[in-house]
Ligand binder design. Structure first.
Ligand code: UDP
Length: 491
């Protein structure tokens, strides 16, 4: 990896949502394991989702510098948000007023961040795409800022195609049902209903424009992906979108032992040993894991259908449900607890699951996912085929990558983007059973998917090993930052 990164200090600043915090913390652990001094900047309300994850790394004494946390107060009151409302889990994004206030709070962090950067003067900042002013502050202080998106290169290329060809302007709502994304390496057809047109929400559109503009001025992009997973899009992103990009993932592979795997994001709502013991009783590839990430919520009617679909599929399962109010009897089909869960057929985790611990157990053979990028990547990295159920944001793009390009998944048939559970079509239990069956019931199609998923998992493992593509990209980025620091004469 060339000369050692002695004295190199990188400040990591994740966006305020578990899906951004978790991989950024893994990223900090990755750079710290290479001898870089890593500091994570966050707000007090987000510490519980970071501290348990960095403690094992710091305790192991394998790091030259322990990973440090640096805290900024979150300006909730100034932005008119309730106290403690410091991340997307606490904000109802569908509520226009709350969304605007959350964006305001993020903007209010600009000056406090400038003070922190002046005080710490790191050699580089890795900050989230959704913190655009970090670029302005970094540029003023001549600190290189690297953008972390937390999504696939495929979806970045797809968004770039949408923007540069002004696709939505030529496909108005109510117009053609579907369209092909121009200029991409594959023929990718999207439905109009799967894309949110932010131009109808001026405050959001202005914010997203600032994010895009700041990314264009940044030093480059650090991506949680690996070259072999999406080589055409790694090239397209460099050559057509025109960004410098270092593919350093999958960063979840930084978590090597059970403790690290079970302490990501939040305290788990199940005893991890109990969960593993249950999985140990199941045959390899026989369990379906169902989890929709950290912020998606499902209406009661949908959870009932999922339970019915799982029961009808006759597969063992782990179902993660979050944020459901009321009694179990409101959402669980009658007799489900006794007949299915009670007989050891399934486990319901009410709250937070140790996702990568579960996915990497050999008993797991399918993953019903909302297609958040971390989940897609964690599934593929574990060699588990996906049953795709995208809901919002760039999840429909990730679904295309998984199902059509990589061919490691089948969709449940979601056609419409919707940020709120209640706006979504309820997918019937029978549709869920069918999709689960296509992945779990054997047969040629399922075998092919499983073979490809295993191949991609093996490639992921090799990518992060010494000499692998991600390992090399991390080394090259560190080396470049060291050279930069030397020429700047600050070492
Ligand atoms: N996650 C977890 N347990 C849960 C739910 C989510 O560990 O019960 C983790 C998951 O492993 C992933 C992240 O939370 O790293 C979710 O990120 P993703 O991009 O998949 O979805 P988002 O939450 O951003 O919608």
């Amino acid at each position: 990896m060339g000369s050692t990164p002695r004295g190199l200090h990188i400040l990591f600043f994740p966006f305020f949502a578990p899906g951004h915090i978790i991989p950024t913390v893994d990223l900090a652990k990755l750079f710290a394991s290479c001898g870089v001094k890593a500091t994570i900047l966050t707000t007090p309300g987000n510490v519980p989702s970071i501290q348990p994850s960095i403690d094992p790394a710091n305790d192991s004494c394998s790091l030259r510098h322990p990973i440090a946390l640096y805290l900024l107060p979150f300006p909730a009151a100034e932005a008119g948000l309730p106290s403690g409302c410091e991340n997307l889990v606490a904000v109802t994004l569908t509520n226009h007023d709350m969304r605007a206030k959350f964006i305001k709070a993020i903007e209010l962090l600009h000056q406090p961040f400038a003070r922190v950067l002046r005080e710490l003067l790191p050699d580089a900042v890795v900050s989230d795409y959704f913190l655009p002013w970090t670029q302005d502050v970094a540029a003023e202080l001549a600190v290189p800022r690297l953008v972390f998106h937390g999504t696939s290169l495929f979806s970045l290329c797809a968004s770039h195609s949408m923007d540069s060809f002004k696709v939505l302007e030529s496909v108005p709502p109510g117009g053609a049902e579907s369209f092909v994304l121009p200029g991409l390496p594959h023929r990718i057809e999207m439905q109009r209903s799967q894309i949110r047109d932010w131009s109808k929400m001026p405050e959001m559109a202005a914010f997203l424009n600032r994010c895009k503009n700041s990314e264009e001025r940044s030093y480059g992009v650090v991506a949680n992906s690996y070259y072999e997973l999406e080589p055409d899009y790694a090239e397209h992103y460099r050559k057509v979108v025109g960004r410098r990009v270092w593919n350093v993932g999958p960063v979840s592979l930084r978590n090597r032992n059970e403790i690290e795997k079970s302490r990501r994001g939040d305290e788990t709502s199940i005893d991890c040993n109990q969960c593993l013991s249950w999985l140990n009783t199941k045959k390899p590839g026989s369990v379906v894991y169902v989890c929709f990430g950290s912020i998606s919520s499902l209406p009661i009617a949908q959870i009932r259908e999922i339970a019915l679909g799982l029961k009808a599929s006759d597969k063992a399962f782990i179902l993660v449900v979050r944020g459901v109010r009321g009694h179990d009897s409101d959402w669980l089909p009658e007799g489900f607890e006794e007949e299915v869960v009670g007989r050891g057929k399934g486990v319901i985790i009410r709250g937070w699951a140790p996702q990568i611990l579960i996915l990497n157990h050999e008993a797991v053979g399918g993953f019903v996912t909302h297609c958040g990028w971390n989940s897609c990547l964690e599934g593929v990295t574990a060699g588990v085929p996906l049953i795709t159920w995208p809901m919002f944001a760039e999840q429909f793009f990730n679904e295309r990558l998984m199902v059509e390009v990589l061919k490691v998944g089948v969709g449940v048939g979601m056609k419409e983007i919707a940020y709120q559970g209640a706006e979504r079509r309820v997918v019937a239990g029978e549709e869920i059973r069918r999709a689960v069956g296509r992945v779990m019931d054997g047969g040629e199609e399922a075998e092919e998917m499983r073979r490809r998923a295993r191949e991609l998992a093996e490639m992921a493992r090799r990518a992060v090993e010494e000499g692998g593509s991600s390992y090399v990209d991390v080394g090259e980025l560190i080396q470049e930052l060291i050279e930069r620091k030397k020429t700047a004469g600050t070492e």
